[in-house]
Every structure is written in C-alpha cells, then in structure tokens.
Design a protein around this ligand. Structure first.
Ligand code: B1M
Length: 215
C-alpha cells in the first residue's frame, strides 16, 4: 500500500510495527496535524463504522485506539506551537461514565500548542470534580467531552448542576464529542444553561471558540 493508505490501515488493523518509521516518512511530506486529520482520523472513522455494523469486536477497537494514541504521541513534539502563552485556562474532562479520550486529548494538544493552559482531568469525571478543579485552578472555561449518546444527557445534567451552584455566569462551557450535534447544543443545552454554551465540531473549532470567548 502507498504510505498514507498504509498509515490509515495501521489504525484500522491496530498494527503498530513500523508505525513510527511510517510517520517519520509521512512528516517529510505533510505537517503532523494534517497526518492526524486526514489520515489517522479517517482510519478511526472506518473503525467506528466497522464496530457500529458489528464487523469489528471491541478488543480490536481498543487496539486501534492504542495505535492512534501512539501515533499522536509520536507526532506531537513535531507540531508547531505558537509563542504566545497565557491566553486563558480551560479545565477539560470526559464526562461521567464515558471513557473515550482521544478527541479530548487532541483538543488538549491543539489548545496547549496555541497559548492556552489546559487542566486535563481525564475520563469519567463527575461534575463535582470538574467544578472543583475549575474553581481551584481559576479556569476561564469548562470544557466537556463525551462520545456516547448517554453523555449528551449527562452534559445537560451537568449544566443544570452548574446553574444550581450559581456558577453559570462565571464559566462559559465548551462542549464536543461525536454524539453531540450543533442543534442539540444550540437548542436544548443553551436553553438550560444560564451562562454561555459553545459547541465545537472538532478541535480547531474548539480553538477558534476559545479565542472568541477570551476576547
Ligand atoms: Co467506543 N463507541 N465504546 N470505544 N468508540 C463509539 C463512540 C461508538 C459511536 C461506536 C459505534 O457504535 N459506532 C459507540 C457509541 C454509541 C452511542 O452512544 N450511541 C461506542 C460504544 C458503544 C462504546 C462502548 C459502550 C462499547 C462497549 O463496551 N460495548 C464502550 C463505552 C465505554 C464507556 O465509555 N463507558 C466503548 C469503548 C471504546 C474503546 C475503549 C474501545 C475505545 C476508546 C479508547 C479511548 O478513547 N481511549 C472506543 C473507540 C475508539 C470508539 C470509536 C471507534 C472512535 C472514537 C474516537 O476516538 N474517535 C467511536 C466511533 C465514533 O466516534 N464514531 C466509538 C476519534 C476522535 C478524534 O474523535 O472523540 O469525536 P472524537 O473527537 C473529535 C470531535 O468530536 C471533537 O474534536 C475531535 C476531533 O478534532 N471533540 C471536541 C471531542 N471532544 C471535544 C471537546 C471539545 C471540543 C471538541 O471541547 C471541550
């Protein structure tokens, strides 16, 4: 297979032998972020489709995810970072009950490389922990990620909880993850939250929204 197809294939097959060498080769041709966005994520998309249609079993999805993470970790040091720093601080977490963190960690990388301080709390975080961290670290924004349909409901509950704690005005919220839609966020969620709610389709929209929130 040609290099870029082979790389996408590695994600699908969960094959990491020779991964780094292929990534180094690819970086001679295109920037690392482009490799992630156009090649690796397309492999991940195939994994999602195969799993969703019952053609791939969970342990293999996990292997694919591991290869994806290894690839991102290998590419990250080669990414361009801006010199500006201190643009703002975000507490970032995958919501309660959800273990998916590849997207969240990409958001972390993109924001960190572009002048934001990211407090990444990890996966399966209850809102109480997220809020404690936001208050403690004096965050400007709370960011929540979730990929399960269930997580979209949790996000709604979380926003209600932030309202109840009286911190909605203090914390604009940034939301993302595959199960969310712009419609759901802009209709159902902005309605329940007394502060600002923003929906990011991908990590770059997350960055653009952070820039918007912080100006
Ligand atoms: Co799971 N999984 N999974 N999974 N998994 C999905 C989400 C699913 C759609 C697959 C499918 O059925 N086709 C499905 C959800 C169905 C639903 O809810 N209706 C699903 C399921 C069912 C499950 C389990 C329940 C399976 C089981 O146990 N029977 C289980 C859940 C466990 C749990 O959470 N409690 C499970 C487990 C796993 C693995 C552990 C094996 C693994 C995750 C490994 C890991 O993350 N460390 C995994 C994977 C890899 C996937 C798929 C295949 C790929 C997800 C991914 O990493 N995508 C996924 C299929 C899919 O999404 N279509 C699937 C790449 C990543 C970069 O995209 O996270 O969307 P994403 O992030 C994007 C944007 O959404 C955005 O930016 C990123 C790109 O720039 N973004 C943000 C994300 N967060 C953001 C936050 C922001 C801003 C932007 O601001 C705060």
């Amino acid at each position: 297979l040609p290099l870029f197809e082979r790389l996408a294939r590695r994600i699908v097959d969960g094959e990491r032998n020779g991964l780094e060498a292929d990534l180094d080769e690819a970086m001679k041709e295109v920037p690392p972020l482009k490799i992630i966005n156009e090649t690796l994520l397309s492999g991940m998309k195939t994994v999602g489709e195969l799993f969703g249609s019952g053609q791939m079993q969970l342990p293999f999805v996990l292997q694919s995810a591991e290869v994806m993470k290894t690839a991102v970790a290998h590419l990250e040091p080669h990414m361009e970072a801006t010199d500006d720093s201190g643009k703002g601080r975000i507490v970032l977490a995958t919501v309660k009950g959800d273990v998916h963190d590849i997207g969240k960690n990409l958001v972390d990388i993109i924001l960190s490389n572009n002048g934001y301080e990211v407090v990444n709390l990890g996966i399966k975080q209850p809102i109480a922990t997220i809020l404690d961290a936001a208050v403690d670290k004096k965050a400007d924004v709370i960011g929540m990620s979730g990929l399960l349909v269930k997580s979209t409901v949790i996000m709604k509950e979380n926003l209600a909880e932030l309202n109840a704690k009286g911190v909605a005005e203090q914390f604009p919220v940034l939301l993302g993850g595959a199960a969310l839609t712009r419609g759901y966020v802009e209709n159902d969620l902005t309605e329940v939250y007394e502060g600002d709610v923003h929906y990011a389709r991908d990590a770059f929209e997350g960055l653009r929204l952070m820039d918007e929130i912080m100006t």
